[in-house]
Design a protein around this ligand. Structure first.
Ligand SMILES: [Zn+2]
Length: 163
C-alpha cells in the first residue's frame, strides 16, 4: 500500500515537472525572438538568394525580413509591396514546427514575389503565382514553387505597419 502511494506521488510529481517545463518552453518561445541559431540560418539563406539574384537577374537588392508573430496562422510568409517599400514577413509561430521548411521553401517563394515587384509585374493571376513567378522561384532554388497555392501571400498598396 505504501509503495503504491509512493509510486502515485512520484508519477504525479514527474508529470507536474514535465507540464511546467512544457508550459515554460512554450512561453519562452512566444516571448522571445528566434534563437540565434535560426537567425543565422535565415541570414545564410538570404545571402545565398541575394547572390543568385545578382547572378541571374543582375539586381543588387536588400529587402528587410521581418519575423512577426502577428500573422494569420495559415500563412507561412508574405511579400509586401507598399509604394517603394518592399519587405518580407515570416510567420514566427511557424518556425517552431517547421524551421527548415521556412528557410528552404518559404524564403525563395517570397523572394520570387519580391523580384516580380521589382520588375513591376503586379499580376493577380493565381494570387501572383504566375508562370513567370514560378520560373523565378525555381531560379532561386525554391524547393517547391507551386503555382496553385490557396493562400494569398502578397499584399500590395498602402499597407502601413501592420506587421
Ligand atoms: Zn506566394
Amino acid at each position: 500500500m505504501k509503495n503504491i502511494f509512493i509510486l502515485f506521488i512520484s508519477t504525479t510529481t514527474i508529470s507536474l515537472i514535465l507540464l511546467t517545463y512544457i508550459i515554460y518552453k512554450q512561453n519562452s518561445f512566444n516571448n522571445h525572438p528566434l534563437s540565434s541559431k535560426v537567425l543565422v540560418k535565415i541570414k545564410q539563406k538570404e545571402f545565398r538568394i541575394k547572390k543568385l539574384i545578382m547572378q541571374k537577374y543582375n539586381q543588387n537588392i536588400s529587402i528587410p525580413i521581418i519575423i512577426s508573430s502577428k500573422m494569420q496562422n495559415s500563412l507561412f510568409g508574405m511579400a509586401i509591396y507598399d509604394k517603394d517599400n518592399i519587405r518580407i514577413v515570416l510567420n514566427k509561430d511557424r518556425f517552431q514546427e517547421s524551421e527548415q521548411y521556412m528557410i528552404d521553401y518559404v524564403l525563395p517563394h517570397e523572394y520570387a514575389h519580391v523580384l516580380m515587384f521589382i520588375f513591376n509585374d503586379f499580376t493577380k493571376k493565381n494570387s501572383g503565382h504566375s508562370k513567370r513567378w514560378q520560373n523565378i522561384c525555381l531560379q532561386l532554388e525554391g524547393k517547391k514553387c507551386d503555382r496553385f497555392v490557396k493562400d494569398n501571400d502578397i499584399l500590395m498598396g498602402k499597407i502601413g505597419t501592420i506587421y
